[in-house]
Design a protein around this ligand. Structure first.
Ligand code: AMP
Ligand code: GLY
Length: 439
């Protein structure tokens, strides 16, 4: 079997690692692989966004299955051009990928499908946006409707900040095309949860829920990033909650997409806000999350290749059962100093041998490059270091120890990944102790 992976970040390295374990005899190809993927693949020197070039290449090379990591090629219609050549690909069509590529479309779809989400309005005129902000009042979230690499949502505690954000997008074109339309949303408080599901157009098979840490600094402060870490499982995501998410969020969304002639096959990611035990949708993504994938995948004990190949072949998720290890995983992202702003590249990285070979540590590469002299940095998020253990506290310690042992100049990381869950466990243990004391 010949498998092409489109994309070259931490998520794609984690997918590659699992697919190789599922199919040890397969040949793997990847677009401009990072330093961690490179030894395991034949590199394809095409950009993930060169969808026509990739389809032509995959035809010539007789690729059996293509898996797409990032959203941009999906939004550009990579699934459509591959399908037109009879090539199997895991990922939604261009029209279905609008669920991520146009926040305005996603909100309107959720409205029609009765999916719980924040109240919203969309604008292309700054004057109208400003009037609306005055009418509804702060706090608000102002979002560029198009793709903005996770940086297009501005949480605005005051009306003035909301007006500035809308002006940046609509007048100063600070987000380019992506900000020509803005979505202005009610601010939702609560705790976020990522539910990723394999979907076959109608049914959804949720994966192990996880929690991302989008802010740069500890305690979830500082600017939004692509994600500084993640962990799984999350105790607030009970079986009942997952069933509710499947029935009241994922499947109604799939039905509404189908009604629009935009059947969605692939991975549907629901970013949820949990308040009083009830989920509301913050956003949908049309692909695996990064860094959630790096936390979830090491816990998957059944095959990933099987369901992915089945969905890409036009089959259904009906007979598929995913199995998960009864362990916890914590992923710590090591970033370059300056990220999410500007940062240096080409900085030498040292991963000690005893870290690289530990059975309970996975070092997934993101912004790294293999050069003649060794491994160097090539991006803002450099490595995603996943630790696994029987408890979350131990997994966090394993991840942190490994993160600490890896060195490169300017290394920046959070030492508190999983803090909400750990605090919850401490509270539960204290309650148990005091109940015992009383009893
Ligand atoms: P998005 O680009 O829509 O994923 O938003 C990025 C981040 O902004 C989310 O993960 C949340 O932390 C925050 N956010 C977005 N929309 C809202 C909202 N309506 N209420 C509160 N926080 C939000
Ligand atoms: N971790 C957030 C995302 O993948 O969009």
């Amino acid at each position: 079997m010949r498998i092409l992976i489109v994309g070259n970040g931490g998520r794609e390295h984690a997918l590659l690692w699992k697919l190789r374990a599922d199919a040890p005899d397969a040949s793997f190809y990847a677009t401009r692989p990072n330093g961690g993927m490179q030894p395991a693949v034949t590199p394809v020197d095409l950009s993930p966004e060169d969808v026509g070039g990739l389809a032509a290449w995959a035809s010539t090379e007789d690729i059996d299955l293509t898996i797409v990591g990032p959203e941009a090629p999906l939004a550009s219609g990579i699934a459509d051009v591959f399908a037109a050549r009879g090539l199997r690909i895991f990922g939604p069509t261009r029209t279905a990928a609008r669920i991520e590529a146009s926040k305005a479309y996603a909100k309107q779809l959720m409205g029609r499908a009765g999916v719980p989400t924040a109240r919203f309005a969309t604008f292309t005129s700054f004057a109208a946006a400003k009037r609306h902000i005055h009418d509804v009042g702060a706090p608000l979230v102002v979002k560029a409707s198009g793709l903005a690499a996770g940086k297009g949502a501005i949480v605005c505690p005051t009306e003035d900040e909301a007006i500035t954000a809308a002006e940046d997008m609509l007048v100063r074109a600070g987000f380019g095309e992506a900000g020509r339309e803005v979505v202005i949303e009610e601010f939702m408080s609560g705790e976020e949860l990522s539910v990723l599901a394999l979907v076959d157009g109608e049914s959804a098979l949720p994966l192990l829920p996880s929690q991302d840490h989008k802010r740069l600094d500890e305690g979830d402060t500082g600017p939004n990033t692509g994600g500084m870490g993640a962990y799984a499982p999350v105790s607030i995501a009970t079986e009942d909650l997952l069933e509710r998410v499947r029935r009241s969020i994922l499947e109604p969304t799939l039905a509404a997409l189908k009604e629009d002639g935009a059947e969605f096959r692939g991975l549907l990611y629901a970013g949820l806000m949990m308040q009083d035990g009830l989920p509301r949708v913050v956003e949908f993504n049309c692909r695996f999350g990064d860094p959630e994938t790096q936390a979830i995948i090491p816990l998957l004990s059944s095959s990933l290749l099987e369901p992915v190949a089945e969905i890409a072949a036009g089959g259904s998720t009906a007979g598929i059962r995913m199995r998960w290890r009864r362990e916890s995983a914590v992923t710590t992202v090591l970033a370059s100093h300056g990220y999410p702003g500007s940062y240096a590249k080409g900085v030498p990285i040292v991963i000690p041998e005893d870290v690289a070979t530990r059975h309970d540590v996975h070092v997934f590469h993101a912004g790294t490059r293999l050069e003649k002299g060794g491994l160097v940095t090539s991006g803002g998020r450099v490595l995603a270091v996943t630790g696994t253990a029987s408890s979350l506290a131990e997994a966090a310690a394993v991840s942190r120890t490994a993160a600490n042992a890896i060195t490169f100049e300017g290394k920046t990381y959070r030492k508190d990944i999983g803090w909400r869950e750990l605090a919850r466990q401490t509270r539960t243990a204290a309650k148990r102790r005091s109940a015992k004391g009383r009893g």
